[in-house]
Ligand binder design. Structure first.
Ligand SMILES: *[C@@H]1O[C@H](CO)[C@@H](O)[C@H](O)[C@H]1NC(C)=O
Ligand SMILES: *[C@@H]1O[C@H](CO)[C@@H](O)[C@H](O)[C@H]1NC(C)=O
Ligand SMILES: *[C@@H]1O[C@H](CO)[C@@H](O)[C@H](O)[C@H]1NC(C)=O
Ligand SMILES: *[C@@H]1O[C@H](CO)[C@@H](O)[C@H](O)[C@H]1NC(C)=O
Ligand SMILES: *[C@@H]1O[C@H](CO)[C@@H](O)[C@H](O)[C@H]1NC(C)=O
Length: 266
């Protein structure tokens, strides 16, 4: 019996011990759960952080890649734009030379047209059509042919009489000048055509006082002083009067006038 009791106590003891051992894991179990919970939480946080970091990293990489790609695109674009610019500049240069060339051609064409219209004018003026046949003459109609010159005696009506300057301007419009008289014979001929009118009026010729001396339009001096009786006085010009030779009058007087130009050789 004693053994049994002993056994029983041992058994109890073991039971207690077992209980004790049974109890300890209970308390231990709670703390382990709590700890693994917090660790899991930590891991979760870490994973979350890592995940976020990864996402940020990936986004960053994407951003950098996109940026690089854009920079590359821009550089390529810049390059192609620069090339295009160079091309356009070259093209522009080419167009400019072409424009100069065309401008030159236009000038030539207008020159040519001008020449043609001048030639046509000359042909019509010097070779007028009569009975469908052109006959060429050294002087235009209305001009007198004397030796190698053509003279036009401008018998204008009173309100168209001109000052010496205006008369010269009128001759210039007709590709001529007031006459420069070369010799005695020409003087006589010009004088013969300078009919008196309105008392003692005459025709302007290309002689006037310049720097105190009588000068012809072509710059030569009047060599024969007997051709005009009055001494040179500033503002005076010469008229030709029939049977009276040359006379000095104020250049602003209004008179008729004679024009002279070279005859055409036909
Ligand atoms: C484009 O090229 C020009 C000239 O080489 C340079 O000054 C500019 O910085 C470039 N721009 C870009 C966006 O590459
Ligand atoms: C202008 O163009 C014509 C025809 O295109 C060419 O023959 C000529 O040489 C050119 N002239 C100049 C000065 O470039
Ligand atoms: C027009 O005539 C001038 C001379 O009067 C000459 O120098 C020029 O070459 C001519 N132009 C043309 C296109 O024929
Ligand atoms: C003067 O007129 C005559 C007759 O019209 C002419 O024969 C002569 O060539 C003329 N002389 C001059 C220099 O004009
Ligand atoms: C015209 O006459 C002036 C003064 O007498 C003289 O100085 C000048 O050299 C002459 N001119 C000509 C072209 O003979």
């Amino acid at each position: 019996m004693a053994v049994k009791k002993e056994e029983e106590t041992i058994y109890d003891d073991v039971k207690v011990k077992h209980k004790a051992t049974e109890q300890t894991p209970d308390t231990n179990n709670v703390s382990i759960d709590e700890r693994s919970d917090s660790r899991r939480h930590h891991y979760q946080q870490l994973a979350c952080c890592l995940g976020t970091f990864c996402v940020i990293l990936v986004l960053g990489i994407i951003a950098v890649t996109v940026y690089q790609k854009q920079v590359m695109n821009l550089t390529a674009e810049n390059h192609s734009l620069r090339e295009k610019n160079e091309q356009l500049e070259a093209q522009n240069k080419g167009l400019e030379t072409e424009k100069e060339n065309l401008t030159e051609q236009i000038r030539d064409i207008s020159w040519n047209n001008l020449n043609i219209s001048r030639s046509q004018w000359s042909i019509d003026a010097y070779c007028p059509k009569e009975n469908n046949k052109r006959t060429c003459k050294p002087c235009q109609n209305g001009w007198d042919h004397v030796e190698s010159s053509c003279y036009a005696v401008n018998d204008a009506v009173r309100d168209q009489w001109k000052t010496w300057e205006e008369a010269q301007e009128n001759c210039r419009e007709k590709c001529s000048d007031l006459p420069v008289v070369i010799n005695e014979e020409e003087k006589k001929n010009v004088s013969e055509n300078s009919w008196k009118y309105d008392g003692n009026k005459g025709y302007w010729i290309g002689l006037r006082v310049e720097d105190g001396i009588w000068k012809w339009l072509d710059g030569r001096n009047l060599t024969d002083s007997s051709w005009i009786n009055q001494p040179p006085s500033d503002g005076h010009c010469a008229i030709s009067v029939q049977n009276e030779g040359f006379k000095s009058v104020n250049c602003n007087e209004k008179n008729r006038w004679i024009c002279k130009k070279k005859a055409v050789v036909v």
